[in-house]
Write a protein that binds this ligand. Sequence first.
Ligand code: SF4
Ligand code: SF4
Length: 238
Amino acid sequence: MAIHEKSLIDVDRLLTHDNLVIDGVDVSGHWNTMITPRTLTDYDDSFEAKIQKIAGAENVHRCWQCGSCTNSCTMYAQNVNFNPRYWIYATRLGLKEEIIKDKDIIWQCVSCNKCTNICPKDVKPEGVMKALSHWLEEEGHTEETHSTTFDYEFWDQIAKRGRIEDSAVLKNFFAKTGQALAQDWLVEMVKRMMKHLPMTHLIHSALHAVFPPKTKSWGKTGDVLKAYVKEQKEAAHG
Ligand code: SF4
Ligand code: SF4
């Protein structure tokens, strides 16, 4: 049987005869490749349930390993080691070490959602990739990405004020990630806004960046939201 994902198998487990003829049929080399069996002992049988508790990965148990996600994946086209199907398989078996081994590429998912659209079982592989990235960050296997820092800033604004102020999100995100506020693209965007938007709008945006407005009577709602998120996080780590 042809093996399409040899890179996932330990080379010691691949057996191939260079010259082999069976019943008059030449099956030399690739055609007679066999994989020796293995016994897995280093699995965590609570891992799948743990990942399912992270938003986006709820349906990971539905996967039937058809491989459509990997075949359609934007990142797989760039790098054959980027393999959502395999990481979902490893998640289901509780093979944490396999996930940790690929910690430097899992986060590269660009959220194009081609996998999600094609998946026949509604697994939402994009959500699983994001959940695995979050798990790797939370367990300290990878550093917090700028994407996560942005998400936290976004969430902080909602929790505190009940609304998002784009200019404040950007200002705080750049400060938290040690980046200059005067990014070239931002300067260009502001120039264009000055050309096309009313001056009052720009003044409001600038003022809101410094003094972000708050939704009226937000206090209690914000507290309920914070308590809910805390509860979900505790459940996910429980
Ligand atoms: S497309 Fe869906 S069912 Fe098929 S391997 Fe990927 S996640 Fe699993
Ligand atoms: S969302 Fe991520 S995993 Fe899915 S196809 Fe796009 S890059 Fe690949």
